[in-house]
Ligand binder design. Structure first.
Ligand code: ZN
Length: 599
């Protein structure tokens, strides 16, 4: 049993740094004055009292840096503020690259020097990202958060590309703690708790008994293994330290008659240190089997990829470098079925800095439903449904993708709304991530030609080339997305265009309401034009090129949703046309008399 579950330990144990012996060097920053003379001020503002003035080349120690002002120290006593831009700032280490510890479940020792005889200064677990700061023979000196240590090169997998684990703000994730888990929903399995004090080390492990053998065995193995690890750690390194504890709390959910999920979360505390543990299980109660995290999602690789990319983009939308670092489906390992969506657990230090702890991101079923691979009534009922008896509107955005598109995607996602993005083919390649995110949010991508050509000036073969080239690049960057809708530039169409579109299976989407956002570049006017034009069945024209449009849409989408409008894609809208969407046909709206109003 022990060997069988050995991998589990690694997979579920995300220690913050476990300091063992001694103190490792910490990060320090120095600044060198790079201007003729620089004031040291009492407060971080340009009118604060000048304490002293220093000449170019003066070296100072930086204690804090908010980007504008640095709190600096000069000598042992003098502190004050200097403007960051007039300091050349250097850390006490060099950046050689990034690496990751192996995902094989072993504890990795970071040592005080480049040799296996050097003392262990920290331990870290599988999958942690390390910054490589120095090389010496078969060893790297690495930085892990604020700490340094040495590790064998053979234990580090290099991460290529623009990886950066930097992640400073957090809009999307919630921290998981044992205290929080203690009040989580437990509507599956019977509750059980084991508590004991062994001298100064106490533990309290709460867990559900599910009655499914595979699950109960895995829970038992996991609790035994993690507990033993901490008992050993305590006995070996912290004997006699009062107040040490290991606490496990859990959430257990019955999703429907078939699918269940369990999430156990543990915290080991000794002195100021914490080590977090995590076990996630999804169960099929009809077969008695465990469903691994990644298997919750569609086996259709294209859909799964959209899903994954969408999630990655959502999580990593602030540090764009970090987005590149989400490599594959392995990070879905800790996905657990919840009531409103899949809870994706991010173990401490694996994708986000250790200091942020273990966090979860909720992926709502109505956003990711199409990516789910389970046949669950209750999940399906959470998946997007459009009520045809209620009014619907198709917002469309032309001329992108651009740097503004992300903001529009954010507000759409927030309100479970969809829109259609009519992209210019030659912009697509540099915004591949935006396109994937667009699709993952359930939005539609339409063609707006390769380079915004007025198609009525082209021959049939000229038109075809504009459209095929755009379809091809979109399919290429998204892994196969098929465009169904053309938005011709300037709204220009003729018989030739219609027949090419009929041949290529494309409908032509015009618009009923022009927000004139391209002309007014004014958020209020654009907002007013959207709200004034809003009525059942219309297609509304906007451009995801302008900050003012994104501003307007951030106000309009919540207001439209509150007024009872369903925000749908062009294809969704046309799917309620009594004649269906006819390739080669031009649509600016679906009139209520042409609309199917019953499900
Ligand atoms: Zn256009």
């Amino acid at each position: 049993m022990k060997r069988l579950f050995a991998w589990l330990l690694a997979a579920v144990l995300f220690c913050l740094l476990l300091p063992v012996i001694g103190q490792a060097e910490e990060i320090t920053y120095t600044g060198v004055v790079n201007t003729k003379s620089l004031h040291l001020r009492k407060e971080p503002n340009a009118s604060a009292k000048v304490l002293n003035t220093y000449a170019r080349g003066k070296e100072v120690t930086i204690l804090e840096n908010d980007g504008t002002w640095c709190l600096v120290q000069i000598g042992t006593k003098t502190t004050g503020y200097m403007m960051s831009q007039y300091l050349d700032i250097k850390a006490n280490y060099e950046h050689l690259g990034w690496g990751r510890t192996p995902d094989d479940g072993t504890v990795l020792n970071l040592r005080s020097g480049a040799g296996s005889g050097a003392s262990v200064v920290y331990k870290t677990m599988s999958g942690a990202a390390l910054e490589l700061v120095q090389e010496q023979g078969a060893w790297y000196r690495v930085r892990l958060e604020e700490k340094f240590g040495w590790v064998e090169k053979s234990r580090v997998t290099l991460i290529s590309g623009d990886f950066s684990p930097g992640y400073t703000t957090d809009d999307h994730t919630e921290e998981i703690t044992a205290a929080r888990m203690a009040s989580a929903t437990r509507n599956y399995g019977s509750a059980s708790t084991v508590s004991r004090s062994e001298g100064d080390f106490t533990y309290s492990i709460s867990y559900p008994v599910t009655g499914i053998t595979a699950a109960d065995e895995r829970i038992r193995a996991w609790t035994n293994e993690t507990l033993k690890t901490f008992q050993d750690d305590y006995n070996e390194f912290h004997q006699g330290t009062p107040g040490a504890s290991y606490t496990v709390e859990y959430q257990s959910l019955s999703i429907d008659s078939r699918y269940k999920s369990v999430l156990l979360f543990g915290e080991y505390r000794v002195k100021d240190w914490t080590c977090e543990t995590l076990l996630t299980l999804n169960l099929d109660a009809t077969t008695g089997q465990i469903i691994e995290g990644a298997d919750l999602f569609s086996a259709d690789p294209m859909r799964a990829m959209f899903c994954l990319d969408g999630l990655a983009a959502k999580l990593m939308s602030q540090p764009t470098d970090g987005y590149a670092a989400v490599p594959d489906a392995s990070w879905l390992k800790y996905a657990v079925l919840g009531r409103e969506g899949v809870q994706l657990l991010l173990p401490a230090g694996q994708y986000l800095p250790l200091g942020m702890g273990t966090r979860q991101i909720l992926m709502r079923y109505n956003l990711i439903g199409e990516c789910m691979g389970l046949d669950s009534e209750s999940i399906r009922s959470n998946i997007r449904t459009i009520d045809p008896s209620q009014p619907m509107i198709a917002l469309t955005f032309d001329d992108g993708p651009s740097d503004e598109t992300d903001r529009i995607l954010n507000v759409l996602a927030e309100y479970d709304a969809r829109a259609t993005f009519c992209v210019i083919g030659n912009k697509v390649e540099s915004y591949a991530g935006v396109l994937k995110r667009t699709i993952a949010g359930g939005n539609e991508i339409a063609s707006h030609t390769w380079n915004h050509r007025k198609l009525t000036t082209l021959s049939a073969s000229g038109i075809r080339s504009q459209l095929e080239r755009t379809n091809d690049i979109v399919a290429q960057v998204t892994g196969g997305y098929q465009i169904k809708v053309l938005r011709p530039p300037y709204g220009s169409f003729n018989k030739t265009l219609r027949s090419v579109c009929a041949d290529m299976g494309l409908v032509i989407a015009e618009w009923e309401i022009d927000t004139l956002d391209w002309n007014n570049r004014n958020a209020n006017k654009t907002y007013n034009n959207i709200m004034k034009g809003a009525r059942d069945g219309v297609i509304i024209l906007c451009h995801d090129l302008y900050k003012t449009t994104a501003d307007a849409v951030e106000r309009a989408i919540p207001d439209l949703v509150n007024k009872g409008f369903q925000l749908v894609t062009v294809s969704e809208l046309l799917s309620f046309h009594k004649d269906g969407a006819q390739p080669g046909t031009v649509y600016a709206r679906v009139d209520p008399e042409n609309k199917i109003t019953e499900k």
